[in-house]
Design a protein around this ligand. Structure first.
Ligand code: TXA
Ligand code: MG
Length: 350
């Protein structure tokens, strides 16, 4: 299959009358899969009502079929058809954060969506992305769009169209190239089917921001365990985001990390370091990449997946990574780094 690439400038082009988005939307209506930018990462979209279309997502990604998909909508009135009921707290979150990087889990209205979107579940995950191209594409398709991140299963999520093509060229009908995404990590997933909502995946909207709107929220205890037990969000149990070389998270001083590098280099290994703009020049290793600025964790989230992907072209044997505070978006950053590292930590004081 030839993968079409449509270049669309979200800031300049008149999206409503954009013929390239029309073409992409028509393919979605014909149950083909099309990748598109959102404010978090690129999504791999398909008609959420069609078994055939949704099966193509799982196939292109090589995704385990027990891992449910997020359904993307562009208008609030699309929500009514998909869920049985919207509880008060979910409404508050929708009013405050949609469109935006918050995915809300609600009880699913039966027989509307393909069963493959929500394998074996009574619930469905829904979000309204805050990206003009995503919104216009969904409006034009006039469908709820199931869309996981547009990477091969296990790889870091794509934040530019080139990443999508790296993984899926020839396997999908097309990709709308709308440039760089913004947030860089995926949406926060929150289960609003219980009286006290529970965060199942940390992401673009922080726990603190959510608590300001609905008061107390739980956080799935498996999220921050070094060896997670049984996460409630099926996708959280799979290894993810991993570069080809093993990643180790280092909890210690700069010179402790540098000593680890020196030791491996003496053993003849090619060593990479995930640093920040502030610390990059201080390390001596084979490849040192700055992942944003430590003083601005949003910038770390923005560059994280690109940094992980870049290591694959550098051919290193082992990667040591700095770590970040578990506050605000730091919780999502550390959750993704933990997965990239397969929960391998090196603590200085042990
Ligand atoms: O930012 C995002 O959310 C991106 C963009 C493309 O919108 N999408 C994304 O989708 O990250 P995906 O499929 O890579 O991750 C969806 C996560 C998985 O961990 C999945 O298990 C969980 O949401 N999920 C989906 N439906 C669920 C449900 N009904 N109950 C619990 N978890 C659910
Ligand atoms: Mg994903």
């Amino acid at each position: 299959m030839k993968t079409i690439q449509w270049y669309v400038d979200k800031d300049v082009d008149n999206l409503m009358s954009n013929p390239q988005l029309d073409e992409a939307a028509n393919l979605l209506k014909k149950n083909e899969v099309v990748a598109f930018p959102t404010e978090t990462v690129y999504g791999l979209g398909a008609n959420a009502k069609s078994d055939l279309a949704v099966a193509k997502i799982y196939e292109a990604k090589g995704r385990p079929s027990d891992n449910p998909l997020i359904v993307h909508i562009a208008e609030l009135n699309q929500l009514e058809e998909l869920v049985t009921f919207v509880p008060e707290k979910a409404n508050l979150l929708i009013n405050r954060f949609w469109p935006g990087p918050l995915t809300i889990i609600l009880n699913r209205e039966p027989n509307i969506l393909s069963e493959k979107v929500t394998p074996g579940m009574d619930t469905v995950a829904i979000r309204m992305p805050d990206h003009p191209i995503a919104l216009e594409l969904i409006r034009k398709a006039q469908l709820p769009i199931a869309a996981p991140s547009a990477n091969r299963s296990g790889k870091p999520s794509p934040t530019i169209a080139e990443h999508v093509l790296e993984d899926l060229n020839g396997q999908i009908s097309g990709v709308v190239n709308g440039g760089d995404t913004g947030v860089g990590v995926e949406s926060t997933v929150i289960d609003c089917t219980q009286e006290i909502p529970m965060i199942l995946r940390p992401g673009g909207i922080s726990k603190e921001e959510i608590e300001n709107v609905v008061g107390e929220v739980f956080i799935d205890p498996s999220i921050n365990e070094e060896t997670p037990s049984r996460p409630k969000s099926p996708g959280m149990k799979y290894t993810h985001y991993a570069p080809d070389a093993p990643v180790y998270l280092v909890n210690g001083t700069f010179s402790f990390l540098q000593d680890l590098v020196n030791k491996k280099q003496r053993e003849g290994l090619k060593v990479g370091v995930i640093a920040t703009e502030e610390t990059k020049k201080d390390y001596h290793a084979d490849v040192v990449l700055a992942c944003g600025r430590r003083s601005d964790l949003q910038s770390v989230a923005h560059s994280l997946y690109e940094t992980l992907r870049t290591f694959n072209s550098k051919d290193v044997d082992i990667i040591y990574s700095e770590t970040f505070p578990l506050e605000g978006i730091g919780l999502a950053i550390m959750n993704r780094l933990e997965k990239a590292a397969g929960h391998r930590w090196i603590h200085q004081n042990q």
